[in-house]
Write a protein of this length. Structure first.
Length: 477
C-alpha cells in the first residue's frame, strides 16, 4: 500500500474513533480520490454517511467495499443493512446471494432474511447517533477538563442513544478522570460490547483494570488492542509497563522493542526500554537507550535520572553524579534524583553531601520510603545508630513488606543491644524473602548472644556471616 495512503487512513481512523467525523470524512475522501476502490475507506465513509442519515450515499460506498474485498463479512453486513434501511428489497435479495457465495455466515444471512420477510426496515442500531453538534459540544467539554459535567451529560446521552458506542467511550474517559474507576470500567465494557473490534475501547478498559490493580485483565485488554491495531504504541507502552510490574521482564523487553521500532523518536519508549534492559542486567544496552532518550528530550529530567542509575551500576560514579545533578537542575523537586545523588555521594565518600541530598528528597516527599532507607544506611555507616533505626522504622511503616529495611534495622538494633527487637526484625526479613543469608547470619549472632546456641549455630550455618549494606535507588517508569 502507498505509504501516504496508509498514513492518511491512520489519521482518518483515529479521527473517526475520537468522534471527529468531519475530519475523518475529509481524510477518507482524500484517500478515495487517490484510490477510489480502497475497501476500508469506502466502508468507513459509508458508516459516516449512515450516521448523517444519508443512506443513498452510503449504499454505493458499501458496494465498492464488498467489490474490492469480498472476503470481509462486515462489509457485506453493512451493505445489506443499508439496503434494509433504504427499503430496497429486490436489490437486497441479489446481494444476499452474492454474500452467501462470498462466505458470509448462514446465521447472519438468516437474520437479514428474517427482517426482509417480516418487512422490518433496518435501523443500523450500532451506528444510531445523536446530532453531530451535540457530540462536538460533549468532546469540547471533555477537552476543557470539565470531567464531572462531561460525565453527567454523557450519561444522559447514552440513556437516549444506548447503542451509540462513542458516547460510552466518552463517558468512560470522563468517569475515570473524575476518579470513578469502577463506573468507568462498566462504561468501557459496554463500549466493547457494542464494538468488540474497537482497539481504543480495549485500551481504555485495560487502563481501568490497571487502575484497579487487576493486572492480568489489564494485560489481556492491552494485548487485544494490539492484536486489533499492531502499531498501537500507547497500548504497547502500557502493556510493557504492566509486564514490568508483574516482573515479566523478558516479555516486557520484547514489547518495548516493538514499540521503539514503531516510534523510535519517542523518548518515553526509549526510557522504558532502557529501564527494562537495566532490570535484565544489560547495563550497556540500558545506557544506549537512556542516551537516545536524552537526545530526543534533553530537557526531560527522567532520562537523566535513569542514565545516572545505569552509570552507577557501571561504576562510573562521577558521570552518574553529573546526570543526577542535571535531572535536579531541570526538575528542582525531583526527590528520586536527589536521593540517588545522595547514594552516589555516599559511595564516593562524601558523607555530608549524601545526608544533605537525601534529606532534601525527604523534605520534598516525606513518604518516600526508599529515601528513609537510604538515609538510615548513611547514618548507620556514620555510627548514628539511633537515627538510623528511626529512618528504617519510618521506611517500614511506609512499606510494610520492605525486607531489606528489616535486615538493616535488625543489624542496628543488634548493635544497640536491643536483642529481642533485633531478633524479631530478622525473622520478619526472612519471612519476606529478602537477603536471607544475611538475615540468617545476623539472627544467628543474636541467638548466640541470647544463649540459644543450637538455633544460633543453625542460623549461622544458613547464613554466610556477612552483614552488608544495600542502597536502594528510585527509578522512574
Amino acid at each position: 500500500m502507498d505509504p501516504l495512503i496508509n498514513k492518511l487512513m491512520k489519521k482518518a481512523i483515529n479521527a473517526h474513533e475520537n468522534g471527529e467525523l468531519k475530519l475523518a470524512e475529509q481524510h477518507y475522501n482524500t484517500v478515495l480520490s487517490a484510490s477510489p476502490l480502497h475497501p476500508d475507506a469506502n466502508h468507513n465513509l459509508g458508516v459516516i454517511k449512515i450516521l448523517a442519515h444519508k443512506v443513498s450515499e452510503a449504499i454505493p460506498l458499501f458496494k465498492n467495499a464488498v467489490a474490492a474485498k469480498p472476503t470481509v463479512e462486515q462489509f457485506w453486513l453493512s451493505y445489506m443493512e443499508a439496503l434494509l434501511i433504504a427499503g430496497e428489497a429486490t436489490k437486497l435479495q441479489r446481494v444476499m446471494l452474492n454474500a452467501k457465495r462470498a462466505g458470509v455466515s448462514k446465521e447472519k444471512l438468516d437474520i437479514v432474511n428474517k427482517k426482509l420477510s417480516q418487512g422490518i426496515r433496518g435501523t443500523f442500531s450500532n451506528y444510531d447517533s445523536p446530532p453531530q453538534q451535540q457530540v462536538d459540544q460533549l468532546l469540547k467539554m471533555y477537552q476543557c477538563g470539565d470531567y464531572h459535567d462531561t460525565a453527567t451529560v454523557a450519561q444522559s446521552l447514552v440513556h437516549e442513544y444506548p447503542d451509540y458506542q462513542l458516547g460510552w467511550k466518552i463517558l468512560g474517559a470522563a468517569l475515570r478522570e473524575d476518579g470513578k474507576t469502577k463506573q468507568a470500567l462498566e462504561a468501557n465494557q459496554k463500549s466493547i460490547s457494542l464494538d468488540p473490534n474497537d482497539a481504543e475501547a480495549h485500551f481504555n478498559t485495560g487502563v481501568n483494570f490497571a487502575d484497579l490493580n487487576a493486572k492480568e485483565k489489564a494485560v489481556a485488554h492491552y494485548k487485544k488492542a494490539i492484536s486489533l491495531r499492531p502499531d498501537y504504541t500507547h497500548a504497547l507502552n502500557n502493556l510493557g509497563a504492566t509486564l514490568l510490574q508483574q516482573n515479566n521482564i523478558v516479555e516486557a523487553a520484547e514489547v518495548f522493542k516493538k514499540a521503539v521500532e514503531l516510534t523510535p523518536e519517542k523518548a518515553e519508549l526509549q526510557s522504558n526500554l532502557g529501564i527494562t534492559f537495566y532490570k535484565l542486567g544489560d547495563f550497556e544496552s540500558a545506557r544506549i537507550c537512556h542516551e537516545k532518550a536524552i537526545t530526543l528530550s534533553p530537557e526531560s529530567a527522567i532520562p537523566h535520572n535513569n542514565l545516572g542509575n545505569t552509570l552507577r551500576e557501571l561504576g562510573e560514579l562521577r558521570e552518574a553524579e553529573m546526570e543526577y545533578r542535571t535531572a535536579i537542575r531541570i526538575k528542582s523537586d525531583f526527590a528520586e534524583a536527589m536521593s540517588n545523588l545522595g547514594i552516589t555521594l555516599q559511595e564516593l565518600g562524601e558523607e555530608n553531601g549524601a545526608i544533605a541530598h537525601i534529606s532534601n528528597a525527604l523534605a520534598i516527599n516525606p513518604d518516600y520510603f526508599q529515601a528513609h532507607y537510604n538515609l538510615g544506611n548513611v547514618k548507620k555507616e556514620s555510627g548514628f545508630l539511633s537515627e538510623a533505626e528511626q529512618h528504617y522504622t519510618t521506611a517500614i511503616e511506609l512499606k510494610s513488606d520492605y525486607a531489606e529495611a528489616y535486615i538493616n534495622i535488625g543489624s542496628v538494633q543488634h548493635r544497640l543491644g536491643k536483642l529481642d527487637k533485633a531478633e524479631g526484625s530478622c525473622r520478619v526479613a526472612i519471612s519476606l524473602g529478602g537477603s536471607k543469608s544475611e538475615a540468617h547470619s545476623i539472627l544467628g549472632e543474636i541467638l548466640l548472644e541470647k544463649g540459644s546456641f543450637e538455633e544460633g549455630i543453625r542460623e549461622k550455618e544458613l547464613g554466610d556471616g556477612a552483614i552488608t549494606l544495600k542502597l536502594m535507588q528510585g527509578q522512574d517508569k
